[in-house]
Design a protein around this ligand. Structure first.
Ligand code: FES
Ligand code: FES
Length: 160
């Protein structure tokens, strides 16, 4: 009988503690989606190229498809589900809705996470800095101009 070599992985996600039984090679993306049920973390290329799976890890946007779940132990993970507070959407989420920063919406959670990482470090970015902040986010719908506008408008709200 094959002995299970699964590991208990302790994660802190959106302020809550989780313990999951994961394969040693299991990626953080799969653990967040399949074990914890955070389906807002999207699976795209699974090669670190599209940014659909982006999360904040200790405040830094990272691609969860490129990271082993175990490597995230002891770090603070924020997913798109963790941005709304007390039933209120985050200003970035509000702005993406108001300024049509999405079409199909598949890239949107990763894009908003990238934008949050940017605004946390640089509360008043230029248009160019926002564009550069999306360099790791592929939007097949070509919504970039409206995504940039959404971030710039959210920055105004956040710094008002
Ligand atoms: S799914 Fe992770 S970067 Fe594309
Ligand atoms: S809105 Fe469709 S991929 Fe970006």
């Amino acid at each position: 009988m094959k002995k299970s070599n699964k590991l208990v992985v302790s994660l802190r996600v959106n302020g809550l503690a989780y313990e999951v039984l994961a394969e040693p090679h299991e990626k953080l993306l799969g653990v967040l989606r399949e074990h914890i049920g955070l389906k807002g973390v999207k699976s795209g290329c699974e090669e670190g190229e599209c940014g659909a799976c982006a999360i904040l890890l200790d405040g830094e946007p990272v691609t969860s498809c490129m990271m082993l779940a175990g490597a995230a132990e002891g770090k603070e993970i924020i997913t798109i589900e963790g941005l709304a507070k007390g039933g209120e959407l985050h200003p970035l989420q509000e702005a993406f809705m108001k300024y049509h920063g999405m079409q199909c919406g598949y890239c949107t959670p990763g894009a908003i996470i990238a934008a949050k990482g940017l605004l946390d470090k640089n509360p008043n970015p230029t248009d160019q800095e926002v564009r550069e902040g999306f360099s790791g986010n592929l939007c097949r719908c070509g919504s970039y101009p409206k995504m940039v506008k959404s971030v710039l408008e959210a920055a105004k709200v956040l710094s008002a």
